[in-house]
Design a protein around this ligand. Structure first.
Ligand code: NAD
Ligand code: IPM
Ligand code: MN
Length: 366
């Protein structure tokens, strides 16, 4: 177990429900710190609409510098109707930060809890046991190509380099080796040149470096259908930036709510960025009703992937599983708890898990 130490965490609450859910994640991390003897120092910085309001810039340079200097970054969400149509957009801040930190691999795990299978709009027998990991390429594609706009029309350019595809493919194959050994690479190779390159490069990396992993290719339109029809058949889903954005929101409903899904954005080295996959949810912001689980599970991914604290991450995940099983949920999952009460329930579950563990050790010694 790593020795206890102090970790500097850059916190970017952002907009809408962002501040509510990052606060929940910080509350849980502080409790984990108490139990395991770590200190998490939180440093808040501006991003998105909040940064536009304060500075005119959705990504102040001071935020980038602080994130690069931190051990890891926790982010809430950016965006909202207030900033639509403005000269700068909140979303530019998040995209710029991902690029500045070199975060090319976005991991979005989904496990459907048996106790929540009935909350899914799909039949229980389709969703029960689903265990997926989406690997979304995060710093390339149409998100970062040149855009133009004239009175007659507009363009968005989609570009991928071989190196950009190779590095995210390697990351996905490595993860598949630790899981059930299957990668489904998703593209639109029947239409797009970037997708034809994607398929070629993924096929080569597979043959040269990971021949024992099972690889299949799927076209994104039919994949959107298969993910609803037979989601249990998939393990690691590897795809480009925009397809990954769309497919991950689609699969989030298999588990009952988009509010449950965390994500980890990782680069070759340096700090990772951890955020729920949902947005700023302006329709429910400021009401203490947002589900904090996606942000809390993102904190668990931060402990595991950036800080190497596996036991600590496991404690959070076990506590979340316990409260979901007990039906202690926010309204999106049919429960009656607010954001803060749901967070407190998770904190209580962490305490209970630790108490039980300590008790068992004493019993064993006796
Ligand atoms: P959204 O994810 O914010 O909301 C979609 C729906 O899911 C809404 O009905 C919302 O109430 C619900 N929802 C989302 N999170 C929830 C939670 N934690 N608990 C309960 N319900 C939750 O998507 P949107 O409405 O399309 O986008 C709103 C804004 O967020 C836009 O400006 C968009 O650009 C931005 N956005 C930001 C991020 C991010 O910062 N990573 C991600 C997605 C969207
Ligand atoms: C996400 C969001 C972002 C994206 C937006 C806010 C730029 O939808 O993280 O999924 O499209 O990547
Ligand atoms: Mn999205």
């Amino acid at each position: 177990m790593p020795a206890p130490r102090t970790y500097d965490i850059a916190v970017l609450p952002g907009d809408g429900v962002g501040p509510e859910v990052t606060q929940a994640a910080q509350t849980v991390l502080a409790v984990i710190g108490d139990f395991f003897g770590h200190r998490f120092r939180f440093h808040e910085h501006l991003i998105g609409g909040a940064a536009i309001d304060a500075t005119g810039d959705p990504l102040p340079q001071s935020t980038v510098d602080s994130c690069l200097a931190a051990d890891a970054v926790l982010l809430g969400a950016v965006g909202g109707p207030r900033w639509e149509g403005g000269k700068r957009r909140p979303e530019e801040g998040l995209l710029g930060l991902r690029k500045a930190m070199g975060l090319f691999a976005n991991l979005r795990p989904l496990q459907v809890s048996p106790v929540l299978a009935h909350r899914s709009p799909l039949k229980r027998e389709i969703v029960e046991g689903v265990d997926l990991m989406v690997f979304r390429e995060l710093t390339g594609g149409i998100y970062f190509g040149e855009r133009t706009r004239t009175a007659e029309g507009a363009t968005d350019r989609c570009e991928y380099t071989v190196v950009e595809i190779e590095r995210v493919a390697r990351a996905a194959f490595k993860t598949a080796q630790q899981r059930r050994g299957k990668v489904t690479s998703v593209d639109k190779a029947n239409v797009m040149e970037t997708s034809r390159l994607w398929r070629e490069v993924v096929t080569r990396i597979h043959a040269e470096e990971f021949p024992r992993v099972e690889l299949e290719h799927a076209l994104v339109d039919s994949m959107a259908m298969h993910l609803i029809r037979k989601p249990r058949e998939y393990d690691v889903i590897l795809t480009e930036n925009m397809f990954g954005d769309i497919l991950s929101d689609e699969i989030s409903v298999l588990g009952g709510s988009i509010g449950l899904l965390p994500s980890a954005s990782l680069g070759e080295s340096g700090p990772g960025l951890f955020e729920p996959i949902h947005g700023s949810a302006p329709d429910i912001a400021g009401k203490d009703i947002a589900n904090p689980v996606g942000a809390i599970l993102s904190a668990a991914l931060m402990l595991r992937h950036s800080l190497g604290l596996d036991d600590e991450a496991g404690s959070i995940e076990a506590a979340v599983a316990a409260v979901l099983s007990a039906g202690q949920t926010t309204a999106d999952l049919g429960g009656t708890l607010g954001t803060r009460a749901a967070t407190d329930a998770i904190v209580d579950a962490i305490r209970a898990i630790h108490w039980a563990a300590a008790h068992r050790i004493q019993m064993h010694w006796a």
